[in-house]
Design a protein around this ligand. Structure first.
Ligand code: MLT
Length: 212
């Protein structure tokens, strides 16, 4: 595992076990860091590459990927700017490390899932697929991008106090309208990441053949 700083993103990188294998882009939740989701990557796809940046925004000392004005209320200008910055980081990392940029799959939790959704909507083509755990609608772009052949898993909590079910449904509808192949799975729990999320994401990744 390599540690580095690229475009101001402190990050970890590990190459895929096979050349041109897929790379998981790990995006942590509020208050997390580049190490948080490494065990999750090991459980989901142990032979995939890993690119795991730390969010650059600090909210009372807690790293995030973009600013928010209040819980669930996003600073949209900052979100757009940070989304483009993250897309540029992925491109710069592909140049530096030589991974296949057409095989990047985001695995995001909470704030990380929200910026991954924003990346899908504002920079289509950067992600081949995404596992979004406890995601909200980050923004609604005009016009909608074309996300045909992009596969997305929404793993959402039935009793999530931060993300209402209708918000999850709105995100699924938005992504589908853009042409994405969306699977929505309801987990019994709340906002926290659970064993069911891990098992569900692993079997979804097998079903959609993103790791083959
Ligand atoms: C966000 O700001 O992206 C959401 O409120 C999730 C979170 O708390 O990080």
């Amino acid at each position: 595992m390599t540690s580095g700083d690229l475009g101001g993103f402190v990050h970890r990188y590990q190459p895929p076990a096979v050349q041109n294998g897929p790379t998981l882009l790990l995006l942590h939740g509020t208050g997390g860091n580049e190490d948080d989701l490494l065990p999750l990557a090991g459980m989901l796809a142990p032979t995939s590459g890993v690119l795991s940046p730390r969010g650059k925004v600090l909210e009372r000392g807690m790293p995030r990927f973009f600013r928010r004005l209040a819980e669930g209320v996003f600073d949209l200008e900052d979100l757009k700017r940070r989304t483009i910055e993250l897309a540029d980081f992925i491109g710069a990392a592909a140049d530096r490390y030589g991974f296949d940029r057409s095989r990047v799959i985001a695995v995001g939790f909470s704030n990380g899932a929200n910026i991954a959704a924003s990346l899908l909507l504002l920079r289509p083509g950067v992600l081949a697929g995404a596992v979004l755990i406890r995601a909200m609608v980050p923004l609604v772009p005009e016009p909608l991008p074309s996300l045909a052949s992009t596969r997305v898993l929404l793993s959402s909590g039935r009793r999530d106090p931060l993300v209402a079910a209708v918000e999850t449904e709105r995100l699924a509808t938005l992504l589908r309208k853009a042409g994405a192949d969306v699977t929505l799975v309801w987990q019994p729990g709340g906002h926290e990441l659970t064993r069911e999320d891990v098992d569900g994401a692993r079997s979804w990744l097998e079903t959609v053949h993103l790791l083959d």
